[in-house]
Design a protein around this ligand. Structure first.
Ligand SMILES: [Zn+2]
Ligand SMILES: [Zn+2]
Length: 368
């Protein structure tokens, strides 16, 4: 029988290459031959601290070619063998209110935190048939309820690998933050996520983009400038609030986007202070369990709207793919590194800042 090779997370920071049987493809399903799996900060966290003991083929930002498609799959999805697609990691139920509005990320069918039977690429157990639920593998199984997007012509799979951070950029800055023409925006964190937000804010017409980072982010802050940041601030060398106040002539910014990781409560505290006097918006990623002395009084007095960054919608993915196709930004400055299947461990660690130096976005290419 034909086998499929996959990198399986078998424990905290531990990967094994395993063989899985090539799945049968019923008429309502398809098989994706992987081209590129993007690796992000979530992978870094989930790899070091897995949410369960189950073996998991990670890889949730997946671009590939339809290698085989059942007749019903082709009819329902509008994709055929040979098409290059981006597969969302959310696998929808197709029936609930969220699915009907294109907000698959809220669907119970893909909510691994609360539903033990949930399917989400990169998260679901490799013990669940037909096993191929992650992109760090030669092939991925696509059931009838997978959510696909065509990759536009002229967009290479490696560039398309940026679609997830770029879609988050659209969702968080435009849809959640309301960034648009003439907006003043503070983007905290110059990783692939912060840099993608920079691109989207610039394209949307923001008049001021400030990106913050640490001293170790010097190279990334340079890339931020190349992608449209007006100012960059090394928060370890300068007082960021004083600098933002100076840049904005005391006015503050309209929108704050938190794209940091492992920075604790600091980005939110800075964000509250850096926002304009009334009615600013802050999009946060609350990764810490507790927040002592949460500045709720200040948030109320400044009439701040706080929103939670939670992935991307169907529309955000489509707009992100259009952005990639536009070729308006030097995005090759973000897609810095490629790794093969046997180097999954190194690739994830490199994205996390240990391993290979100066990785911004890593493309996992299983056939490399
Ligand atoms: Zn991700
Ligand atoms: Zn649903």
């Amino acid at each position: 029988m034909e086998k499929v090779l996959a990198a399986v997370r078998v424990g905290p920071s531990k990967t094994e290459i395993r063989e899985f049987p090539m799945p049968d493809i019923p008429e309502d399903s398809a098989l994706l031959k992987m081209e590129v799996a993007g690796i992000c900060g979530t992978d870094v966290k989930m790899y070091a601290t897995p949410p369960s003991n189950a073996p998991v083929i990670m890889g949730h930002e997946n671009i590939g070619v339809i290698a085989k498609a059942g007749r019903d799959f082709t009819r329902r999805k509008g994709v055929k063998e040979g098409d290059v697609v981006f597969v969302e990691h959310y696998v929808m139920c197709g029936k609930c209110e969220w699915c009907h509005t294109g907000q698959y990320r809220h669907c119970e069918n893909t909510d691994w935190r609360h539903n033990p039977d949930a399917i989400r690429y990169g998260y679901t157990s490799a013990e669940k048939a037909p096993y191929l639920w992650g992109g760090f593998a030669e092939y991925v199984y696509l059931p009838w309820n997978a959510v696909l997007h065509h990759v536009p012509k002229g967009v290479t799979p490696e560039l398309a690998g940026l679609v997830t951070p770029m879609a988050n950029g659209v969702e968080w800055s435009l849809f959640d933050g309301g960034v648009g023409y003439n907006s003043a925006v503070l983007i905290q964190g110059p990783g692939q996520q912060g840099l993608s937000q920079t691109v989207i804010c610039k394209a949307a017409g923001a008049s001021l983009i400030i990106v913050t980072g640490r001293s170790s982010d010097a190279a990334r802050l340079e890339v931020a400038k190349a992608l449209g940041a007006d100012y960059v601030i090394d928060v370890q060398k300068e007082d960021p609030l004083a600098r933002i106040t100076e840049i904005t002539n005391g006015r503050g910014v309209d929108v704050v986007l938190d794209c940091t990781s492992g920075a604790g409560t600091m980005p939110i505290l800075l964000g509250v202070d850096a926002l304009k006097r009334k009615a600013g918006t802050m999009v946060i990623q609350g990764e810490m369990a507790e927040f002592p002395n949460f500045p709720v009084g200040k948030i109320t007095v400044k009439f701040i709207t706080v929103k939670s960054a939670r992935g991307h919608s169907y529309k955000a993915c489509e707009l992100a793919l259009e952005q990639l196709a536009s070729q308006r930004f030097p995005l090759e400055r973000i897609t810095t590194h490629r790794f093969g299947l046997k180097d999954v461990d190194l690739a994830i660690k490199s994205v996390g800042g240990s391993g290979v130096a100066d990785v911004i976005h890593a493309s996992l290419m299983p056939w490399k």
